[in-house]
Design a protein around this ligand. Structure first.
Ligand code: C5P
Length: 210
């Protein structure tokens, strides 16, 4: 069973996908971490994350321990991830890892293109959204919780920039798959979003497995 959880930045995909994986007994992969780790490697090397040659080299050099780094979150890492993610060769390099991960035991994967590109045949596809203002509020609280300074207007503007770049890139743009189930979490807390997602997934599973 593959559950695809796609949607824009800070829509609550990670929290939701992790809970779904635990409830469904499936491994979980945060695919955004792959792009974050590639972006961080490019920054470490002193290069621009928009440089396709450097970003591809970083993607090829990616190691499992890169995903456990403590500096993959925050505005600089966010934008570096978004920039390397717009490069077709980087996406192609990371595709097989994601597919292998899912094929081994099934999985819940969250990202931008899981339902459209990585697993178009997924059992259930959720497209999780929330208003940009609500997403900025959540991201601001998350940053502040980690002791990082966060100005609401700036966080909102960064979220809008990343959305625009993810939606408008030519390769694997952020958009719901035709058969995705839409979940707007603007007015939902984490428990309500989880309950709504489980109900949506139940409509896509064989009845004996529910
Ligand atoms: O999900 P997260 O915000 O951690 O992702 C960081 C960036 O990685 C996104 O802004 C997006 O550009 C990119 N990404 C992607 N495809 C995915 C997951 C993330 O393009 N499947």
């Amino acid at each position: 069973m593959i559950v695809a959880v796609d949607g824009p930045a800070a829509a609550g995909k990670g929290t939701l996908a992790r809970r779904l994986a635990a409830a469904l007994g499936l491994p979980y992969l945060d695919t955004g971490l792959l792009y974050r780790a590639v972006g961080r490697r490019v920054l470490d090397a002193g290069h621009d994350p928009r440089d396709a040659r450097c970003a591809l080299a970083a993607a090829r050099a990616l190691r499992p321990e890169d995903l456990a780094r403590g500096d993959l979150r925050g505005p600089v890492a966010d934008m570096a991830a978004t920039n390397v993610a717009a490069i077709a060769a980087v996406r192609a390099e990371l595709l097989e890892f994601q597919r292998r991960f899912g094929r081994e035991h099934g999985a819940v994967l969250d990202g931008r293109d899981i339902g459209t590109v990585v697993f178009p045949e997924a059992t259930a596809k959720l497209f999780v959204t929330a208003s940009a203002e609500e997403r900025a509020r959540r991201r601001q609280a998350e940053l502040q919780g980690r002791g990082m300074p966060a100005d609401f207007v700036q966080v909102l503007s960064e979220i809008r920039d990343r959305d625009a770049q993810d939606e408008n890139r030519p390769v694997a743009p952020l958009r719901p798959a035709d058969d995705a189930l839409l979940l707007d979490t603007t007015l939902l807390d984490a428990d309500a979003a989880f309950a709504a997602a489980m109900a949506l997934i139940a409509t896509r599973r064989p009845s004996h497995a529910v």
